[in-house]
Design a protein around this ligand. Structure first.
Ligand SMILES: Cc1cc2nc3c(=O)[nH]c(=O)nc-3n(C[C@H](O)[C@H](O)[C@H](O)COP(=O)(O)OP(=O)(O)OC[C@H]3O[C@@H](n4cnc5c(N)ncnc54)[C@H](O)[C@@H]3O)c2cc1C
Length: 404
């Protein structure tokens, strides 16, 4: 007589939860995924709007270094599910990938929907049950998992549970961090959520904000403290955002939390030295205004030229050397971190000390945690999704070893 399979409840149908579901169903367990939103993977689909940067092609040691102190704990999980494994997984779902010039890896389709569709079809084949509009409400007095759906409240007592509830940004996509108090009540150690890969507020002049919000600053270099990042930034109505800003966001955030503001230095022409810029500016004709010289000789965009005035004041020097110095170092005061709900990802959540090497909560045996709800952060570049997939898989492996 064959015994019925062990049951696992996974809460949260983002990349971490669905990856855990795939592994557990493949091992023959009865898997039910609960998702409170009407459809699954909403943040994953949103990530797809930017092309879906799945992972990065740099060597694994450098890759692991992107997770700062959390790298020591995540390292073995990334060894078990490295970028090549993620690329192979996507290919197995019919989604070939390519590596862009920056080393970032994207699906050829440059969006998430075909991958998600194929993934859901695979999960269905494996027998995974997905319950949407089923919101987890924490635990009842006897340790059962409470859910609310259109049919009312139910309680589940599976053999194991995987929490993959996401971080605390873009609440409208489902990840609102509402789970934190329930885990805290159970004695799970948590750190407060903080925006990661987020923009920063700048007190733009009204004219600059109205004219240039939404315009990019291409191939600039941003410096804060001893760190310089080259890349693109984007002027937003509230301040500054974009890849190069996100890369500096942990240090900028901590500086703002400590002192109330941070001054970023922007080099508008990092590919040219101050001397080269000075030589170009010397070609200016007599009577030519600063604005004309910046446009004709340095090819600054209107947004860049006006950013110079935001940082240095409206009266820019005509002297070529002095003007070149200003182009190389535009000071910009960041007055605050943008609201957490706008952040690409969040730091904080369940501390890595609260879980064992299989991502099981030591305070709650049989309950595993995966994805962004764990306290780690990494820059954009595919590091976020890679860690979500790797932790989803690791939690599933943990479930399997705990139930064997
Ligand atoms: C605009 C944007 C672009 C991004 N682009 C990239 C990118 O290109 N590359 C990259 O690596 N990363 C990117 N990210 C980050 C990436 O999408 C996230 O890190 C990733 O989706 C987190 O996966 P997760 O499974 O941990 O959580 P999520 O994807 O947030 O999924 C968690 C799920 O849990 C559900 N849930 C929450 N609470 C409950 C509850 N009480 N009951 C039931 N269900 C619940 C939520 O509805 C949600 O569906 C981007 C993020 C954003 C916002």
């Amino acid at each position: 007589m064959s015994s019925s399979p062990k049951t696992v409840v996974i809460i949260g149908a983002g990349p971490a939860g669905l990856m855990a579901a795939q592994r557990l169903a493949r091992a023959g367990l009865a898997v039910t995924v609960h998702e409170k939103m009407p459809t699954v993977g909403r943040k994953f689909l949103m990530a797809g709007r930017g092309g879906l940067n799945l992972t990065h092609s740099e060597d694994l040691a450098a890759f692991k270094g992107r997770y700062a102190e959390a790298g020591a704990r995540l390292g073995p999980l990334l060894d078990a599910f490295p970028p090549e494994a993620l690329i192979a997984w996507a290919a197995d779902l019919g989604q070939e990938t390519f590596t862009g010039s920056s080393g970032r890896v994207f699906p050829r389709a440059m969006k998430a929907s075909p991958l998600l569709r194929a993934w859901l079809a695979r999960l269905e084949t494996l027998g995974v049950t997905i319950r949407t509009r089923s919101e987890w409400l924490g635990w009842d007095a006897s340790g059962g998992l409470r859910f609310r759906s259109a049919g009312g409240e139910t309680v589940e007592t599976p053999d194991a549970a995987v929490l993959a509830l996401g971080g605390a940004s873009w609440a409208r996509l489902g990840s609102d961090g509402g789970w934190a108090p329930w885990l805290a009540e159970k004695g799970v150690s948590l750190t407060p959520f903080k925006p990661s890969n987020s923009g920063f507020t700048v007190a733009w002049s009204d004219i600059f904000r109205d004219r240039f919000a939404g315009q990019p600053l291409k191939s600039v270099a941003l410096t804060f403290a001893d760190r310089t990042v080259k890349g693109d930034a984007m002027v937003a109505r509230y301040g500054l955002e974009g890849g190069a800003v996100y890369a500096l966001s942990p240090v900028l955030r901590e500086a703002i939390l400590a002192t109330g503001s941070a001054t970023l230095t922007i080099d508008l022409r990092p590919a040219m030295t101050r001397q080269q810029l000075t030589a170009r500016l010397h070609r200016g004709e007599k009577g030519q205004s600063v604005a004309t010289r910046l446009r004709k000789l340095i090819h600054l965009s209107p947004a860049e030229a006006n950013l110079l005035r935001e940082g240095h004041g409206v009266d820019l020097p005509l002297d070529p050397g002095a003007l070149a110095s200003r182009i190389k170092a535009v000071p910009l005061t960041l007055t605050d971190v943008a609201p957490i709900d706008r952040a690409i990802s969040t730091a904080g959540g369940v501390t890595l000390d609260a879980v064992d090497q299989h991502l099981m909560l030591t305070a709650l045996p049989g309950v595993f945690v995966a994805g962004e709800m764990l306290d780690w952060e990494a820059p954009t570049g595919g590091y976020l999704l890679q860690a979500c997939f790797a932790t989803g898989l690791a939690a599933a492996e943990g479930v399997l070893s705990s139930l064997s």
